[in-house]
Design a protein around this ligand. Structure first.
Ligand SMILES: Cc1cc2nc3c(=O)[nH]c(=O)nc-3n(C[C@H](O)[C@H](O)[C@H](O)COP(=O)(O)OP(=O)(O)OC[C@H]3O[C@@H](n4cnc5c(N)ncnc54)[C@H](O)[C@@H]3O)c2cc1C
Length: 457
């Protein structure tokens, strides 16, 4: 039953979000017990997360009055609902996705516990190279109720991002158990059993958030062990100082490859070459038109041909023609490829463009083999670099964890819709590229989790 008039201020409680007067907070009542004080945003979540109320009783919505301050504490639903004794939802991984999910569940009154193999949050970010900064602007990666501190640059650095994640954990009072690796998940009668480095755990609901870039991928170049120089993956690269005075070949023209090439040039490598198989779509991290990701979000909503033309125009104006240096413009437009293959463009800084134009970063053909005879390129050239840095991507490495459950596709990605529950009580979060999508995806995924918990199975 919905109260026709708010007992506090006489306003009619809204039935649709659009009709809710701004600045009001709402109390959700179940069995005459206030279980939450909501701002408009949260109320949407509460009503969709609990579609089936205990005993079929609809929640009462009452207006609390105008302008009441809603703090994070106030909007937390006391776990007085029948979830109060629920075992925690187990979340695997304390990266951005895991934290987002735990915070959302907390707001919905659902206990959760994060199991993290590292000794701190954001383990994967801590391991990345020193120069790394986000490609996504801070407004886009910001999680729910998680502003960046004042003074944070538009594109936070690796360390700023790690600190942000740390403060998010304390701000939302998230429960994280560090140093616990989950090795395998098995279906049991009433949920899931997790084999962990700290013994077995069971849960009705499990959210897998182990990251899109869990395992470094190096091409299987036969005989690469006999290559006399050093061969490492971009995930093992930290600082250009160890390559000072060295001839380095970077393989791969994605964001990491290009950024590392720029870092090596600035750090004093004697020669830097970048092996490119397919010339990438390139955008500047930040241009006169604003942060690339905000611009891309706007362009994505336009007809593909229009978006491609605008993107081409921006590339010409902000980057210029790199064809004389070996980076021709791809035949297909950025957004044609994005909509078809979900492929993201390579995001670079102006110093990398300058490096390519003034020849300090030399573009060379793709690598065909690496062995005792050096590096063979697809155009027949042989190189003898001191080191090869393979910026050749990552894979999820989900096979040992869930491969036997039949929930992965042939690329090792969660099959079907990535963020929703692929099997009852088992949900994957963060396997779509881009931190910007994590917040909204976490919101949907946690709704699914709540629906299952409340609806029962
Ligand atoms: C160099 C680089 C730069 C990037 N820059 C951007 C960017 O600018 N913008 C953007 O949107 N995206 C970027 N990405 C992608 C980025 O990784 C994701 O957007 C974001 O980190 C994903 O967060 P996540 O929580 O899904 O994964 P992660 O941050 O990888 O978190 C996964 C967590 O799970 C833990 N874990 C893994 N396996 C287990 C297990 N079996 N048991 C227990 N714990 C486990 C890991 O230790 C880790 O802490 C970048 C990626 C790389 C490699």
């Amino acid at each position: 039953m919905i109260h026709p008039v708010c007992p506090f201020c006489g306003l009619t409680p809204p039935t649709r979000p659009a009709r809710r007067p701004a600045g009001h907070n709402w109390i959700v009542n179940v069995y005459n017990r206030s279980i939450a004080v909501c701002n408009d945003f949260l109320l949407d979540d509460v009503s969709s997360a609990y579609p089936q109320w205990p005993g079929g009783v609809a929640p009462e919505l009452m207006c609390e009055g105008v302008g009441g301050a809603v703090t994070t504490e106030a909007v937390r639903i006391p776990t007085g609902l029948h979830l109060k004794n629920a075992e925690p939802v187990l979340i695997i991984g304390a990266g951005l996705a895991g934290l987002a999910a735990a915070a959302r569940l907390g707001q919905l009154g659902v206990p959760s516990e994060i199991l993290e193999c590292g000794e701190a949050v954001g383990t994967s970010w801590r391991q990345r190279y020193n120069r790394l900064r986000m490609n996504t602007c801070r407004w886009n990666i910001m999680l729910w109720f998680g502003r960046f501190p004042k003074g944070t640059p538009t594109f936070p650095t690796r360390d700023q991002f790690v600190r942000y994640m740390e403060s998010y954990v304390s701000r939302h009072d998230l429960r994280v158990r560090f140093g616990v690796t989950v090795d395998r998940i098995d279906r049991v009668a009433d949920g899931w059993r997790l084999a962990t480095s700290d013994g077995e755990r069971t849960a009705r609901q499990v959210i897998v958030a182990t990251g899109h870039e869990r395992i470094a991928k190096i091409p299987d170049w036969p005989g690469h062990n006999s290559f006399p120089g050093r061969l490492l993956h971009s995930a093992e690269y930290h600082d250009p100082r160890e390559f000072r005075g060295k001839d380095v070949l970077v393989v791969g023209s994605g964001c990491s490859g290009m950024d590392i090439a720029g870092d090596l040039v600035q750090g004093g490598a004697s020669r830097v070459r970048l092996a490119v198989r397919t010339p990438p779509h390139i955008v500047l991290r930040n241009s006169a038109w604003g942060p690339n990701d905000l611009l891309a979000a706007a362009l994505q909503r336009m007809p593909t041909r229009v978006a491609d033309s605008i993107d081409k125009f921006i590339r010409r104006k902000s980057i210029g023609d790199l064809a004389p240096f070996g980076l021709t413009l791809p035949d297909e437009g950025t957004f044609t490829v994005f909509h078809r293959d979900e492929a993201q463009p390579t995001i670079i800084d102006p110093d990398v463009v300058e490096g390519i134009k003034d020849g300090r970063i030399e573009i060379v053909a793709a690598v065909s083999s690496v062995d005792a005879n050096g590096v063979q390129l697809s155009d027949g050239t042989t190189l003898w670099p001191d080191a090869i840095i393979a910026a050749t991507g990552f894979r999820t490495g989900l096979e040992p964890l869930v491969g036997h459950l039949g929930v992965l596709d042939d690329q090792g990605m969660p099959s079907g819709s990535h963020e929703s529950t692929v099997a009852p009580g088992l949900c994957f979060l963060g396997y779509e590229k881009g931190a910007g999508v994590i917040g909204p995806r976490a919101r949907r995924a946690t709704r699914d989790v709540c629906r299952e918990l409340v609806g029962g199975r």
